[in-house]
Design a protein around this ligand. Structure first.
Ligand SMILES: [Zn+2]
Length: 88
């Protein structure tokens, strides 16, 4: 048996757009609590079509080996960091 387990945490939303927003928010909050979150693997699906997954983050490979942290449908250039996360 593997030493890794995956958490499936159903959170409902009224449409794909808001499901992606909720999923991104949940992933970012959980990532701040633990380094074990893999945002690039986050997907959402319709409740009655859970085998049809929609990506939440872009996750394109960037120079240097990091991944794009922006939403899957972003129009700006790919970035390792979402700019709104770095405000302090
Ligand atoms: Zn990107």
């Amino acid at each position: 048996m593997t030493d890794r387990w995956v958490i499936h945490l159903p959170i409902t939303a009224p449409d794909l757009h808001r499901a992606r927003i909720f999923a991104r928010t949940a992933a970012r909050v959980l990532a701040r609590l633990s380094a074990r979150v893999e945002p690039g693997g986050v997907t959402v699906s319709a409740e009655d079509q859970q085998n049809v997954r929609h990506w939440v983050f872009c996750d394109r490979l960037l120079p240097g080996g990091s991944r794009c942290a922006l939403p899957v449908d972003h129009t700006s250039p790919c970035s390792r960091c979402a700019p709104w996360l770095n405000r302090r």
